[in-house]
Every structure is written in C-alpha cells, then in structure tokens.
Design a protein around this ligand. Sequence first.
Ligand code: ATP
Ligand code: MG
Length: 441
Amino acid sequence: MYFSKSFIPILKNNPSEAKIKSHQLMLRTGMIKQSSSGIYSWLPLGFKVMKKIEKIVREEQDRIGAQEILMPTIQSSDIWKESGRYEDYGEEMLRIKDRQNREMLYGPTNEELVTEIFRSSTKSYKSLPQLLYHIQWKFRDELRPRFGIMRCREFYMKDAYSFDISDEEALFSYNKFFLSYLKTFKRLELSAIPMAADTGPIGGNLSHEFIILADTGESKIYTDKRIFDVEYEKTTLEKKSLENLRNKYDKFYSVTDDKFNKSDFENSVNENNRLVTKGIEVGHIFYFGDKYSKPMKASVDYQGKKIFVKMGSYGVGVSRLVGAIIEAKYKDKDEIMKWPLSVSPFDCAVIPLVNKNDDTNLLKAIKIYEYMKSKNIDVIIDDTEENFSSKIKKFNLLGVPYQIMIGKKSENDLIEFKEIGSDSKYLKIDKIIELISNKKK
Ligand code: ATP
Ligand code: MG
C-alpha cells in the first residue's frame, strides 16, 4: 500500500469527545468514524485489524470442532415469545415492525434463533454434540454508549452455542470453549483471565468472563495474582485434561463485582496475592442447561425418551477487542502504540526521506517495498513528501510494529530497521524479512 493512495484520514489532534486512549486513537488514526450515537463505520485501517482478529477467533473455534453458520441480524419476535424473553429483555432490544406489521427485532444475541435451527433439524442424540458459531453484528440499545467501539450499540460478536445430551457432556463442550478462549487471547498477545461471573439476562448456573486488565476497564475485579501463572499449553481436547485445566483456574479466587464477597476474598487469598483492579470483558461463556431448549421444545430421542438438549453459549466481542488491545498495548509515557504482529494493520512501514529534487531514496524504498511484498510481508510505504520526523511520528501513532528508514545515511545495503519502542539496527533486507517472518509464525 502506498500511503499517498491509502484511505487513512489521520486527525491532527486527539478528538475532544474521546475520553479513553483507544477511542482517541481509533478516531485520530481514522480507524473508525462515528455515524450516530454508539454506531460506527469501520474505515480501512480499523477494518483490517478487526478482520485479522476475526480470523484468529475463527481458527480457534474451528480447532475445537465448532462449525460456522451465519444467522441474520433481523429476527422474528415469535421465537423470543416462545422462550419468554421478549418481555424480559427490556429496552436494550431494538424492536421493529415490518410492512405487514409483524414484530421483528435486531438480534442482541441468538440463543432463540439457534435453538430454532437446531430443533427443526436434529432429532437423534447420535448427532450430538453440536457446536455451532457465527460472527455477526449485534444491536443492543445501550443506555449510555461510551468509549467508542468498546461499549457501542451496534457491535461485531462471535457467538457460539453448544448442544449436548447430558450435563456431563455439556460441561465437556463448555471446557473446550474455555480452552479455545485462552488460546485465542494468547494469540492476540493479551493476558485474559477467566473469572467466575453472574449469568445476567442469558441465565443459567455456570459462567466465566474473560477479562483483560486495564485501568479504563468497566469491570471491577478481585483476584488471586497466582491465576496469571496457570499454564494451559499442555491441555488436550480430552475430557479429563480439560477438566484439570478448569480446576487449575477455578482453584483461585477470581471474580467481578457482581460476585464479590469480601470475607470470601480475604479468607481464601493471602494478603500478598490479592489484586483488586479493573478490567475489560472480552469474552463471556455460559452454561444454562435446558433454559431455552425446554420452553422451545428442542429435544432429541434417547433410549425411548425425549431429552431436552443441554445448551451453553460463548461470546467474544470481536469489535471490542480492537479497542481492548489498544488499551492493553498503548504506552502512555512514550505516546507509542504497538500492534501485536498477529493483528497489526501492516507488518512493516518503509519510510523514505523524500526529496523533491532527488528521487534516490524513494526509488530505493520502492524496491525494498516490492521485494518485501513478494516475500509475503504486509508492508506500507510512505511515498509522501512530508518531513522525515513527522512521518516517523505518524507511524508511531499508527502502531505498525516494524519500520524501515531510508534516510541520508543509507548508501550501502545495510538498512536502518527498528521495532517500535526499541533502538535502530542496521541489517540486510533478507535478514529483516527473516526476522519479521519468524515473528509471524
Ligand atoms: P457487558 O457486561 O460488557 O455489557 P455483556 O455481558 O452484556 O457485556 P455478552 O452478552 O456476554 O455481553 O456478550 C459477549 C461479548 O460481547 C462481551 O464479552 C463483550 O466483549 C461484547 N459486548 C457486549 N456488549 C457490547 C457492547 N455494547 N459493545 C461492544 N461489545 C460488546
Ligand atoms: Mg458478559
């Protein structure tokens, strides 16, 4: 991508309406544009990051055997009346009437719709378990949309649903998602901790929120620090191994506001290990048994009986993650942002000092740019005539993790190269490509 041809509408200053870093930065670097309260357009830079996050989320769902579907954004109210949630859901649900005066709604979540899909096509226990997921826009008419895309009204979510024959099997499914979330957030270079949570309007009796630590988070958390050291890398997709994993985490006190109990916290966590701080909820998983399958009559035949399937649901805030990563990665004191390479809008920026009367640097930069592209490096070249230091500032703001500078001193084949936040090195181009490619693996 040539910067001069890109659509990256950078603002000169931080927009005053934005209160937190991620919101400021996303507006400032032209990742998003507000279209109305709590509703945003995603411009190329922001959209690219979100798509890379989506890809990682998808791969980790596929890895545990979940199958992707796509359900519509607009749903009929009928199924919500069957489950009893049409009235309960309240004002967050955007209700619409079509031209035939039928009551429709913009889906805030999809338990009903997926249960309807399941019950109309699955009759035998032999086809269980089923794990279905989709990645789709949701609408919740939040009372106070705020912090940009972190708490907005229209947002992009991965949600998955599991269907099983028994509680035991359903917990097995639950634990698969538990593991897949740990892996997903790790690939996003986030340290997300699973916390026992309330089930809220989704209902049910078992639930974990995945929270990343950030001062600007909206969830207050109380946790045992040792939970950060739990290892999950060796966990396999077998029942026993997954159970062990859950036990390893659940052993440590770790809850959000809703579940907090002072004496439990103080009794179970030694003073030195107590951590009280704030965090951002990036994922939330629930087990709720037959809460929906029973009223909606989603059953399978098993040993001559009809059994209502046991269900769970599993959400990841794909669009919220874009902001959450910024909150976690932004270095306030250096005013530097560095995207994890796995989701960065570009791997590397090639920044030549461009002189009107001498195109040597620009030509050299183009050659490097083309060569890197041919080696599958996602690269952007700044071919504008801006001065060198403002170009570098710009890419620090954009957070592209690697930069190549072609300035005055670049005569031989050693190229000035740096990782944001570190010092420059002088390397040959093939060495640079090798370094970036290895990091991408
Ligand atoms: P919250 O407690 O933040 O309101 P929730 O518990 O209502 O979220 P879930 O139903 O668990 O949300 O949704 C799954 C995920 O979707 C959340 O973990 C979060 O990452 C994301 N999400 C929920 N509401 C919003 C929103 N208004 N804007 C952006 N992302 C959201
Ligand atoms: Mg939640």
